[in-house]
Structures are given as C-alpha cells and as structure tokens.
Design a protein around this ligand. Structure first.
Ligand SMILES: Cc1cc2nc3c(=O)[nH]c(=O)nc-3n(C[C@H](O)[C@H](O)[C@H](O)COP(=O)(O)O)c2cc1C
Length: 307
C-alpha cells in the first residue's frame, strides 16, 4: 500500500542509504552543456556495460536529457562538494568556473572527478515521478581518487569519516575552523595565536565543532567547506579544519584580525601558520582548495572556483 505515506518520511528513510554523488551531464541544443547532481546512480551490467541514473520529471533538463544521444555520469571526488551544490541549485550557467571537457562520446566530463562514464542513451524507462536513464558506457576514465559520500542529507568523506571515528575514539582528533567575517578571520590566543576549535569525542564531529565554536565565540556561527585534513606525525594527532562564518557582534574569546595582518602573527604550530598563509593567499585569488596530507607534505586539491 503506497497511498498515505508521508513523502517526506519516505524520502528521509530512503536517505538513510549512504551513496556517492554524481553530476550527470549532456549536451543540449546549441552545444550548451547541461547537468544536474544525482545520487541515484547504480552500475547495472558489465556485458553489455550499462549503468543507470534516475531523473525527476520536474527537472528543467528533462526534455534535453531524455532525447539526447547520450549523457555522462561524473562520480565526484571527496573534494568536490562545492560542485555538487552548484549542480543541485538553479543557475544560468552551472559550468561557469568549472573545469570540464567534451568526453569521447560527446557529453561533458568534469576535471578532478573520481571517475566518469561517457554513455550513449540506451533506454528511458518510465518510473513514477522519475524516469530511469539507462546508459551504455562508450568510454570511461577512473582516476582512483576517493569519492564523496552522501547520507541523510549530508555530505561526508568516507575515508575521512573512517579515520575520524578511530582517531576520535582514541581522543586524537582535533577540529578547528577559520571563521571569516568581512575580510577578517577570528584567531584565538594572545601572543601565540591558534584557530578556534575543540578535540573531537564520540559522536558527530561537525556537531561537536559547531557547539564548541558557538561556546567560544558567543556568536551564531555556520560551518562551511572543509579546508584541511592532516596528521601531525610528531604526535599522531589528526586535524580537520573547516571554513566557517560568524554573524555580527564582539566575540567572547579571541579577536578578528584583518586578512592583511593574519599572516604576520605568531602561531602555535608551523602547520597552523601554513594553513593561515594559504588561506590569505587563496582569499586574494578567490579560489580555495582542500589540503589532505600530513603536517609537512600533502596535496592541495582544487575545488570549484565558486567555492
Ligand atoms: C546529493 C543530491 C542528489 C540528488 N539526486 C538526484 C537524482 O538522483 N535525480 C534527480 O532528478 N535529482 C536529484 N537531485 C536534485 C537535483 O540535483 C536538483 O533538483 C537540480 O536542481 C535539478 O536541476 P535541473 O532542474 O536543472 O535538472 C539531487 C540533489 C542532491 C543535492
């Protein structure tokens, strides 16, 4: 019996199934690239090579997607949350500022994706308020990058989540944030500065960080994108740094420092100094990355220029 279900309750129950995140793309009329975020992707068959994705009938791309000669599925990498948001929200041109190219079969493929599959449209199957787009894989590329995760309406980084759970269980995970407000960032400490944060314990690390920042600053704070994940090999501690914003008001602890002066402060560790310096530089360029590594070596992964 399907009548009488509360659609929100059903959607929420479906959302307990953890998935990856994809951006499904195609070429519209006039060679205009189009695409939308989808987590309904599934691999279907190896021989012939088939995959599927479900498309809402309400999609503005419905007509174009169901009549195109093909579509591509781009599996987003763990640093591409910003791209997922761009392709899930209304926009005149979702591809502006995105690194993309035309795939071998003609649909847009995204730079930095964990993998992509450029498909011919094999079949469109009616499925209630969605259709199932079955694609036949004509070409694909697998970068071996880890994929972004999505469960219960939130993004997560599977590799990081596993690490965070074990590090938090051992009391070895530190969470902190670069809190931005109109060209300034909040630094804790007097002569020696640090980023406001807390040690993670059992439970959801973001909830813990949010509570700690609200307590430390006394201001409403929103946590945004992940900025840095690194392990300090000298003491085995893992650090996770997010970007955050604070609302108006005098902070209870620490003070807001203009970005132009932030780099010149004395910091509690070389890693923190490095993070602030990268942030100052990236702010001037308006292009942020996510650092993953240890305290001395690692990689800055590029994310969408819009971030
Ligand atoms: C994580 C996530 C997964 C989504 N999965 C799907 C999906 O599988 N199918 C779908 O039609 N929409 C899905 N959406 C919603 C669309 O991305 C969103 O409605 C988008 O604005 C549609 O754009 P369009 O109308 O331009 O096609 C998802 C959104 C998010 C954030």
């Amino acid at each position: 019996m399907s009548e009488g279900f509360d659609p929100r309750a059903l959607r929420s129950a479906f959302g307990s199934f953890a998935t990856g995140v994809t951006v499904v793309t195609s070429m519209g009329d006039g060679a205009k690239p189009l695409g939308f975020t989808a987590n309904s992707f599934a691999s279907v068959s190896l021989d012939p090579p088939l995959l599927l994705v479900c498309l809402a009938r309400t999609s503005r791309n419905f007509q174009a997607m169901t009549t195109a000669k093909g579509f591509a599925v781009n599996i987003l990498a763990e640093t591409q949350e910003a791209i997922s948001n761009i392709f899930a929200r209304p926009s005149e041109d979702r591809f502006a500022g995105i690194d993309w190219a035309i795939g071998p079969f003609g649909s847009p493929v995204l730079g930095g994706a964990a993998a992509w599959f450029d498909c011919s449209l094999h079949q469109v199957v009616e499925a209630g308020d969605h259709v199932i787009l079955l694609g036949k894989v004509e070409a694909f590329e697998n970068s071996e990058r880890s994929g972004l995760g999505y469960a219960r309406g939130k993004y997560f980084i599977p590799a990081l989540a596993a690490k965070a759970v074990s590090a938090a269980a051992e009391g070895h995970l530190h969470l902190s944030a670069i809190i931005e407000r109109r060209g300034e960032i909040l630094l804790a400490g007097q002569d020696v500065k640090s980023l406001p944060g807390c040690d993670a314990e059992a439970g959801d690390p973001l909830t813990a960080l949010h509570g700690a920042l609200a307590e430390l600053t006394g201001l409403p704070v929103s946590i945004g994108f992940l900025y840095s994940v690194y392990e300090d090999k000298t003491n085995g501690r893992h650090h996770v740094v997010y970007r955050a914003t604070a609302e108006e008001g005098e902070p209870r602890n620490g003070c807001f420092v203009p970005l132009t002066q932030a780099g010149g402060q004395v910091f509690e560790s070389a890693a923190t100094a490095e993070i602030i310096n990268r942030f100052v530089m990236e702010s001037s360029l308006g292009h942020f990355g996510v650092y993953v590594g240890d305290e001395t070596s690692g990689r800055v992964h590029s994310i969408a220029r819009h971030a």
